[in-house]
Design a protein. Structure first.
Length: 317
C-alpha cells in the first residue's frame, strides 16, 4: 500500500487541505456536525494508508492548528482530538493488511479513546468538559416549553404529567450516556471503514473485505452480558444500588442492540434463503422497527443465534 509516484508531502498536503475544509463545513453546519464529523477520520486514514503513519500524524497535527485558528481553540482541538485517532487506527491496520474485525475493533477503541482524550485535554486547558450535559439549560428549556403549553390552554394536571414524563426521559437519557457514546464510536468506525474501503477500491488499493450483512456474526459475549445486566438491574433496583443499576442498564442496552443487529442479519439470511421479494422484506423491516414487541423478539433471537448459530445448522442439513 505504499505510495507509487506521488511525493508523500504532496499527498499529505492535499488531503490535509481537504480535511480542513470538510471540518470547517462540519463545524459551521450545526445540524450536520455529528454526521459529517463521523466521516472525517477517512481523510487521516487515507494519508496513513497511502504514505504512512508519520505523515498521517503530521496531517492531523496541521489540521489541529488550522482548525484552532479558523474556528476556536476549544472547537478545533476537540474536533481533531476526537476523530483523528479513529483515522490513524483504521489507516495503520489497513496498511498492514489486517482483517476486517480487527480493523473495526481498533477503530471503535480509538474513537472512544479520542473522545475521552479530547474531553480531558479541554478540561485541563480550558476547564470545560465537552461531554458534560448541561442539565440546568435542559430544565430551563423544559420550563419555557411547559409555560408555552400553559399559555395555549393546557390544564395544570396535564402540565404536571408532561413535566413528570419529561423529567423521567431526561434522567433515563443521562443514565444511558456511556452506552450512547459506545454506540456512536461503533457507528463512526463502521461508517468510516465502509467509505474508506470504497475509496481505496476505486484507487486500486487492496483492502480488507467487508462481509455481506447475511454473514455478520457478533461475539458470544453479548448473550452473557445481557443475562448479567438483567441480574444487575434487579439487584440495583431492589437493593437501592444506583451505580449498579446504571452500569447494568448501559450493559443491557449494548447487548440489546448487538442482539438486534445479529437478529436482523439472521432475518435477512432467512428472507434471501426463502426468496422473499424485496418489497415484502421492506415491509417486514418497517414492521420490526415500528413494533416494540417484534424488535425485542428479533433482538432475543439474535442473542440466541450468537450461541447456537442457526445459519450453520441450516447449512449442515
Amino acid at each position: 500500500m505504499k505510495e507509487q509516484g506521488a511525493r508523500p508531502a504532496a499527498v499529505a498536503g492535499v488531503m490535509t487541505s481537504a480535511a480542513v475544509v470538510y471540518a470547517l463545513a462540519a463545524v459551521y453546519l450545526p445540524m450536520l456536525t455529528m454526521i459529517m464529523g463521523m466521516l472525517w477520520p477517512v481523510f487521516t486514514a487515507l494519508v496513513v494508508v497511502r504514505v504512512g503513519v508519520y505523515w498521517g500524524v503530521l496531517s492531523a497535527a496541521v489540521s489541529l492548528v488550522l482548525l484552532m485558528l479558523f474556528t476556536t481553540p476549544v472547537t478545533g482541538a476537540f474536533f481533531v482530538l476526537s476523530f483523528a485517532p479513529t483515522g490513524l487506527a483504521l489507516g495503520a491496520l489497513l496498511r498492514r493488511g489486517a482483517g476486517t474485525v480487527r480493523v473495526l475493533m481498533a477503530g471503535v477503541g480509538a474513537s472512544l479513546l479520542g473522545k475521552l482524550a479530547g474531553a480531558a485535554f479541554m478540561f485541563a486547558l480550558f476547564g470545560m468538559n465537552p461531554l458534560a450535559i448541561d442539565t440546568a439549560s435542559m430544565g430551563q428549556a423544559m420550563d419555557e416549553t411547559l409555560a408555552l403549553y400553559g399559555a395555549l390552554g393546557m390544564s395544570e394536571t396535564q402540565l404536571a404529567e408532561t413535566r413528570a414524563a419529561s423529567e423521567q426521559v431526561m434522567s433515563f437519557f443521562l443514565q444511558l450516556l456511556p452506552a450512547l457514546l459506545i454506540g456512536s464510536a461503533v457507528i463512526e468506525a463502521g461508517a468510516s471503514f465502509a467509505v474508506l474501503r470504497t475509496v481505496l477500491t476505486r484507487l486500486g488499493v487492496p483492502s480488507a473485505p467487508f462481509p455481506p450483512f447475511t454473514a455478520w456474526r457478533l461475539p458470544v459475549v453479548f448473550p452473557y452480558l445481557f443475562g448479567f445486566s438483567l441480574v444487575g438491574i434487579y439487584w440495583g433496583t431492589t437493593r437501592d444500588l444506583s451505580w449498579l443499576y446504571q452500569v447494568s442498564l448501559n450493559a443491557y442496552l449494548i447487548a440489546f442492540f448487538a442482539g438486534l443487529v445479529q437478529g436482523l442479519s439472521l432475518m435477512q439470511f432467512l428472507m434471501k434463503r426463502f426468496s422473499v421479494s424485496p418489497f415484502v422484506r421492506m415491509l417486514l423491516y418497517v414492521f420490526v422497527g415500528l413494533n416494540a414487541l417484534m424488535t425485542q423478539i428479533v433482538s432475543w433471537t439474535g442473542l440466541f443465534d450468537m450461541v447456537y448459530d442457526y445459519r450453520k445448522k441450516m447449512a449442515d442439513r
